[in-house]
Design a binder for this molecule. Structure first.
Ligand code: PLP
Length: 409
């Protein structure tokens, strides 16, 4: 008998299952709004011109494919520090004081897993992480596989399609002191709803009072404002809270999957804010012990591209422009769908959240039975009513608006 004879089939992954249905659909006008990857105005995947340029440089200059250090190359880490912590006074102070430890991670997922393992092993106060309700489905799995427990804090108000500020602040205020809290830095997945800057101040006040340990997850840096630097506004607040002594530490996971389109290259970073240089050295030595048995050292092709993009002035400028192009197109598609629904089809529902929500996703408010009916019309989206704006383009928006109108009236 096979060793695996008793293995039961796992339940189908929600999003991958959707892709299978989409791929098997023979309707030429089918629309895929499940995918969390950028598509251009023709609905095609896009390799950023900055990435193409970096690949040309790399092809000419690369001299080896040796292993990189466990935490990634020194150059990668210097550039990450510069990208994340050199644009605000508090960030610069943290760098100067030797309080920033960074490492290359295997994109956002791998960075979160390493942070989770580190917290579970070395954080004495709590093994529980509060995550927003709802959150990216993989968050709970990543953190729980790292040996942590999770529970939800209020985040989204299903009646107003906006942030449930009171519920959120209330839940944080009643958390056990020292609990870990996961926060989406910008472009919350799946809702597209972020706290405004003054709401972040209130969140930080409670986090500080309760001495919570924040993990910031930044998977969509640049998709909120169109600029990866402007989207660091939230990080600046956390940097300042640490410098002002309101917060002793935080952790950050950052991904280049979306903002450099390096999805399959698996490149990102993690940072830990420490008390100072001596602690940074101690923590780094243990971080290496966490990473080594997981994957030994990170992949180097994508990280070399990132090094080129972040260090070559012209290519860096091209990257900023590329992020702007992606972000602008998503904003355009939000407007176009809104216009079709309200002006062409005269849909009676309020669709303002389509315009107000940020980033790649919109939480439409469509109910499960409406989603089912949309899928029957060859429009594919997850049962929670989340649509990927990246799946909309000028040639399919009319069909999409018509289908949404039909299932909502
Ligand atoms: N965090 C959030 C909220 C995400 O939506 C994603 C990707 O969808 C990630 C992290 C990590 O993605 P990756 O591992 O591809 O960087």
């Amino acid at each position: 008998e096979s060793a695996w004879a008793s293995v039961q089939a796992a339940p189908a992954d929600k999003i991958l299952g959707l892709t299978v249905l989409y791929n098997n659909d023979t309707n030429p006008s089918k629309i895929n709004l499940g995918v969390g990857a950028y598509r251009d105005n023709d609905g095609k995947p896009w390799i950023l011109p900055s990435v193409k340029a970096a690949e040309q440089v790399l092809a000419k200059t690369e001299t080896n494919k040796e292993y990189v250090p466990i935490v990634g190359s020194p150059k990668f880490n210097e550039l990450i520090k510069k990208m994340l912590y050199s644009h605000d006074e508090a960030g610069k102070k943290l760098l100067e004081d030797g309080r920033v430890l960074t490492a290359q991670g295997i994109s956002g997922t791998g960075s979160l897993r390493v942070l989770g393992e580190f917290v579970r092993t070395f954080y004495p106060k709590s093994n529980k992480v509060l995550v927003p309700n709802p959150t990216w489905a993989n968050h709970v799995a990543i953190l729980e596989k790292a040996g942590l427990t999770t529970s939800k804090y209020s985040y989204y108000d299903y009646k107003t399609n906006a942030l449930d500020e009171a519920g959120l602040l209330n839940d944080l205020a009643s958390a056990e002191p020292g609990t870990v809290i996961l926060l989406h830095a910008c472009c919350h997945n799946p809702t597209g709803v972020d706290p405004e800057l003054e709401q972040w101040d209130k969140i930080l006040d409670v986090v500080s009072q309760k001495q919570l340990l924040p993990i910031l997850d930044m998977a969509y840096q640049g998709f909120r404002s169109g600029s990866p630097i402007d989207d660091l506004a939230i990080l600046f607040k956390f940097n300042k809270a640490v410098v002002d002594g309101k917060l002793s530490n935080f952790l950050l996971s950052q991904s280049f999957a979306k903002n450099m389109g390096l999805y399959g290259e698996r490149v990102g970073s993690l940072s830990l804010i420490t008390a100072g240089p001596e602690e940074t050295t101690r923590v780094k030595s243990q971080l290496e012990k966490v990473i080594r048995p997981l994957y030994s050292s990170p992949p180097s092709h994508g990280s070399k591209l990132v090094e080129i993009i972040l260090s070559d002035d012209a290519i860096y400028q091209q990257w900023l422009e590329d992020v702007r192009v992606m972000s602008d197109r998503l904003v355009e598609m939000r407007k176009l769908l809104h216009d079709k629904l309200k002006n062409t089809y005269k849909n009676p529902l309020n669709w303002d959240h389509l315009l107000n929500q940020k980033g790649m996703f919109c939480y439409t408010g469509l109910k499960e039975d409406q989603v089912k009916r949309l899928i029957e019309k060859s429009v594919y989206l997850t049962s929670d009513g989340r649509i990927s704006i990246a799946g909309i383009y000028p040639a399919n928006v009319d069909n999409l608006a018509k289908a949404i109108h039909e299932v909502t009236t």
